[in-house]
Ligand binder design. Sequence first.
Ligand SMILES: Nc1ncnc2c1ncn2[C@@H]1O[C@H](COP(=O)(O)OP(=O)(O)O)[C@@H](O)[C@H]1O
Ligand SMILES: [Mg+2]
Length: 365
Amino acid sequence: MYPQLIIEALKKVKYPGTGKNIVEMDMLEDNIRIEGNKVSFSLLFEKPNDPFIRSIVKAAETAITTYVSPDADIKGNISVTTKQTVRREPEKLLPDVKNIIAVASGKGGVGKSTIAANLAVSLAGMGYKIGLLDADIFGPSQPKMFQMEDARPFLERIGNRDLIRPAENYGVKLLSIGFFVNKNDAVLWRGAMACNALKQLISEGNWGELDYLLIDLPPGTSDIHLTMVQTLSITGVVIVTTPQEVALADARKGISMFTGEKVNVPVLGLIENMAWFTPAELPGSQYFIFGKEGGKRLANELHIPLLGQIPIVQSICESGDTGIPAALQPDTITGNAFHKLAESVVERVAWRREHLAPTQQVNVS
Ligand SMILES: Nc1ncnc2c1ncn2[C@@H]1O[C@H](COP(=O)(O)OP(=O)(O)O)[C@@H](O)[C@H]1O
Ligand SMILES: [Mg+2]
């Protein structure tokens, strides 16, 4: 038996309604294997719910036993893969970056940048190689949170390209739109200008090898969000909200944008920030200043994981101003909360990788 004979036999199998055979339609994948009498290969279908999967597989089996050899062991050896579940993989811009996670929120002021910074620091503390891209053109706050307001990343020549070397602190490589513009000018940028600058930070940043690149997105839904998802192959997005109704309503809008057809990025989960307040002198009590468990409820309702609940803690607020992230302090309420959050993000990313292989196997037996 030769692969060519098998291909010829499969040319006899037509895809209903097209007048074309399955080889012409590029459905035969380049993986024909012949071991003794055993023949196996896979067929690629457009959609997992293609009504002809079963009949085409049967027809292909019959074609092999009829035209190649009656002894061919083919039954059950044709596997089916489908295209549709594969998101268009944008050209791999950052091949050395394993995971890209966007941190988004519907509303401003819910703690998106605080979460992004502390998540980055916690992940770095766990030994991962971490980068953080501050893409919030309306309020780039990461330089301050990392005590790097004066950092001016410089160009370095790598091979035949000039790349921007990220600033680095607490084990996190940082590039911020704030490094390049005066904070007060950032808001005046027109959409296209901001998008171009961000594209440049991504494609010309010398990020090197990273386990996770976090992106602090601007709040809401805008051109920037579209640019980001179209430029990068984003592993997933985490949505930050407070338990307050107005924040939840905006979080919901954000989620529907990310899961919508135009953007279509997996939502890894929801983070409820400012979940409660516990005063230092009353460590046993919790005050639900912005409402109780609103984030948890929204996560349940939309069937997305709740990745963490972060309380309101004075040191979190202060640490944003001093530029020493609260997550750096081990064995504190905040240090632990951010560590736990980082663990659930890692777990969630691993889960997605394991359960959603790029092509989905369909069982046809
Ligand atoms: N869990 C928290 N506890 C106390 N203060 C917080 C907490 N999360 C955020 N903040 C404070 O709230 C303000 C807004 O947070 P920020 O991260 O800048 O929000 P965003 O990026 O969503 O606009 C900042 O002053 C920050 O220090
Ligand atoms: Mg911010």
